[in-house]
Write a new protein. Structure first.
Length: 206
């Protein structure tokens, strides 16, 4: 009688400084030796959950990747650093005063409508006021994902075997859960269309 191998579920997690994912290779569309060898270089971990080394039925080959700087707080910090630098440069070139006082704040599409924030750098303060423009925010932060044009890359251009998302079930932990449940009250099964709609409505709340 053959050994029944337990099903696995890929997961994504996000903390304050980093994000990470782990996916059992059988759930991926990995078929060629070259792909496996590419993953095996530094992103593949192998676990044997059997009683001894000969029980290969219990071997799991897991794709693991960690993305330092892509956690919630770290990503926002990278965005703010870029925002501060580009705004200061534009002010100098165009003779403007954007963000230098609370009366002339930088209009930040990635903050909820009318939300106020400040960026402190090098003894200077930059004032922000949210506009809650979800689509513009998504467009602006897209380059921070540092994705390439390759179809098999994840965040920061890191190699990732192709995933059949329509046939895969993922679990999201940490900030992926907190943002959906604590902020949008949408814990449970993720639906991209519903999440986008709720995020847009939230960003336009006063």
């Amino acid at each position: 009688m053959g050994v029944l191998k337990s099903l696995t579920t890929p997961d994504w997690k996000m903390k304050s400084s980093s994000a990470g994912q782990a996916i059992n290779l059988p759930t991926l569309a990995v078929r060629t030796r070259s792909e496996v060898e590419e993953v095996a270089k530094n992103l593949l971990a192998e676990f044997n959950l059997g009683c001894d080394a000969h029980q290969t039925e219990h071997v799991y080959r897991v794709y693991v990747a960690t993305f330092l700087g892509f956690g919630g707080n770290a990503a926002r910090q990278r965005y703010e650093d870029s925002l501060f630098t580009s705004t200061v440069l534009k002010n100098r070139l165009l003779g403007k005063q954007t963000g230098l006082t609370s009366d002339s704040p930088y209009l930040d599409p990635c903050l909820p409508l009318d939300a106020q924030d400040e960026i402190q750098q090098n003894g200077q303060t930059m004032y922000l006021r949210g506009t809650g423009d979800f689509n513009l925010c998504r467009e602006i932060i897209q380059p921070f994902m540092n994705k390439t044009n390759e179809t098999q890359t994840s965040l920061n251009g890191v190699y990732q075997p192709a995933v059949h998302f329509q046939n895969s079930e993922f679990y999201g932990f940490s900030e992926f859960y907190y943002c959906t449940e604590d902020v949008l009250r949408m814990g449970g099964d993720y639906n991209a269309a519903k999440f986008t709609k709720a995020a847009k409505e939230f960003r336009f709340e006063v």
